[in-house]
Write a protein that binds this ligand. Structure first.
Ligand code: GDP
Length: 300
């Protein structure tokens, strides 16, 4: 796994730089605070969080009489970390549990990076010496299963797939059955994400989960969100979170956006921890999310 801070430091995720410039200005007057709030909103931190951060910062600057840019930077750092809730458990539960493999479902809208995330996660586990089976439960497009097979052979994980149009739940069932039979550590199920049939999709995901639970448990439902999609991504996230019990968020494409503040909003709105972040298209471009590391990278 790559280190979040080092990787973000090389990315475009620089909303902190503007903040630091503003904070180091001589006069922290009304206009300066407004600009700080605007900068946070532009970075997709969300209106509520932006207001809270600025409010908290103003109060503490006043009470503590902090003035140097270093002091104010440290206060901002603390406000941002507090918004991300550093106490949340961000462990990705991958099993195994006794005789049964850990089961991870990867869900999200097409194009967000589900298949890529599935491949990267498999890579991490296999790299740790664990055995992994992948399930290609997006049976709507044959290309999706092909793409997963490419990842599978790249990272050394067999792929269970069926013909185009097969029942996604039966693929998931077979993947878990294979995991049980072969005594593998983790089964990761890549699911479909055609949101234009929203109700159909949510029913389908529910069915996949129920069918898996006939012979095992689902340990994680990871919702993949594209960090570059802002409010739209947030709306998608709500739909998924209402329909399936999402246990963690994977925020992808954080390498290509200055809007990393979406992490704060996503977590606040959904109450679900961001567990992993995608920092590129390659097999090693996945990092565990850590609030302090993230904030330090943003405020570099
Ligand atoms: P799916 O339809 O949800 O399975 O999405 P894919 O896994 O096919 O990914 C869609 C596109 O996003 C592909 O071109 C991926 O290479 C790209 N992608 C996925 N994750 C990341 C990431 O973290 N950073 C960048 N820059 N691209 C990503």
């Amino acid at each position: 796994l790559v280190r979040l801070r080092a990787r973000l430091a090389r990315s475009q995720n620089v909303f902190g730089r503007g903040l630091l410039d503003l904070l180091s200005s001589d006069r922290l007057d009304e206009d300066a605070w407004d600009e700080i709030e605007d900068t946070l909103i532009t970075a997709d931190v969300g209106v509520t969080s932006a207001a809270q951060i600025v409010q908290g910062l103003r109060t503490r600057v006043k009470v503590l009489g902090s003035r140097t840019p270093e002091e104010v930077r440290e206060l901002l750092r603390q406000e941002l970390i507090a918004q991300i809730n550093p106490e949340l458990d961000r462990t990705v539960l991958t099993g195994p549990h006794g005789e049964r493999p850990g089961v991870v479902m990867v869900v999200g809208v097409n194009g967000t990076g589900k298949t890529t995330t599935t491949g990267k996660l498999a890579r991490v586990l296999v790299g740790d010496g664990r055995s992994v089976v992948l399930g290609a439960a997006d049976t709507f497009r044959a290309a999706a299963a092909d793409q997963l097979e490419t990842w599978g052979s790249r990272v050394g994980a067999p792929v269970v797939r069926k013909d185009e149009g097969a029942d996604p739940a039966s693929v998931a069932f077979d993947a878990v059955a294979r995991g049980l039979a072969d005594g593998v550590d983790t089964v990761i199920i890549d699911t479909a994400g055609r949101l234009h049939t929203k109700v159909g999709l949510m029913d389908e995901l529910g069915k996949v989960k129920r069918v898996v639970e006939k012979q095992s448990q689902v340990d994680e439902v990871l919702l993949v969100l594209d960090a570059t999609t802002g409010q739209n991504g947030l709306r998608q996230a709500r739909v998924f979170a209402e329909a399936v019990n999402v246990t963690g968020i994977v925020l992808t494409k954080l390498d290509g956006t200055a809007k990393g503040g979406i992490i704060i909003q996503v977590q606040r709105e959904l109450g679900v921890p961001v567990k992993l972040v995608g920092l590129g298209e390659g097999p090693d471009d996945l990092a565990p999310f850590d609030a302090e590391e993230f904030v330090d990278a943003v405020l570099r």
